[in-house]
Design a protein around this ligand. Structure first.
Ligand SMILES: [Ca+2]
Ligand SMILES: [Ca+2]
Ligand SMILES: [Ca+2]
Length: 213
């Protein structure tokens, strides 16, 4: 009984200390499939469109346009959306735990050859500029970032003008490792474990005392 209580407390403590990994995608409509665009065509949507989930500039969604297939599902986005708005930037905000480490992955492709299509991606403590020069050729990208807040915004910003370029698909954020508890949580947990150990020793001593009588 005491032994199982002790085990339960220890397991709870260890679970709190180490990662609780979750594979659920924290991004909604990360594959750009939630609004159906007819096969071999494109449409653009402004923020606030039901099921779009992305904020910022318009989101242009393609379905197998020019015979180029999605890297995941049937549809993908072109960051340089229609119509020309100067700077193209889309973002999505999701709940995180400050100090938690998260996996970010997505696929990107140039729309044209040798045009140095470029965009910046940022989330938490992470920022990087990516470029591609090969038309209709998916590149896989994956990294980790640390959440700086209890919500994090993932942002893709095109560094090219004009409405052509920077195809995106399969945007996924998952929890990798959660932070260890704050010091003010660790101390009560250690006290709890010490108390359980003390009780265990006490009961053992009493039992052996009874037997030796
Ligand atoms: Ca897709
Ligand atoms: Ca479709
Ligand atoms: Ca476009």
């Amino acid at each position: 009984m005491v032994r199982s209580t002790l085990l339960r407390i220890t397991v709870t403590f260890l679970l709190a200390l180490f990662s609780i990994t979750s594979q659920a995608n924290l991004i909604t409509n990360g594959s750009f499939e939630d609004i159906d665009v007819p096969n071999n065509s494109w449409r653009f949507y402004s923020q606030g469109t039901p099921n779009l989930a992305w904020q910022g500039s318009n989101v242009e969604i393609w379905d197998s346009l020019f015979g180029f297939e999605a890297s995941e599902g049937e549809q993908y986005a072109e960051l340089n959306a229609h119509p020309n708005q100067g700077i193209f930037s889309i973002n999505q905000t999701f709940n995180t735990i400050t100090g938690g480490i998260y996996n970010l992955s997505f696929d990107y492709s140039a729309r044209r050859n040798n045009r140095n299509e470029q965009f910046e991606v940022s989330a938490g403590d992470f920022t990087q500029i990516l470029s591609s020069n090969v038309r209709f050729n998916w590149n896989d990208f994956a990294t980790e970032f640390t959440a700086l807040n209890n919500s994090t915004t993932l942002t893709f910003t095109s560094l090219n003008r004009g409405t052509l370029g920077n195809l995106l698909d399969n945007v996924v954020v998952t929890t990798s490792r959660l932070p260890i508890p704050e010091p003010d949580l660790i101390f009560p947990l250690i006290l709890l474990i010490a108390f359980a150990l003390f009780r265990y020793q006490y009961h053992r001593a009493r039992k052996s005392h009874r037997f030796n009588r």
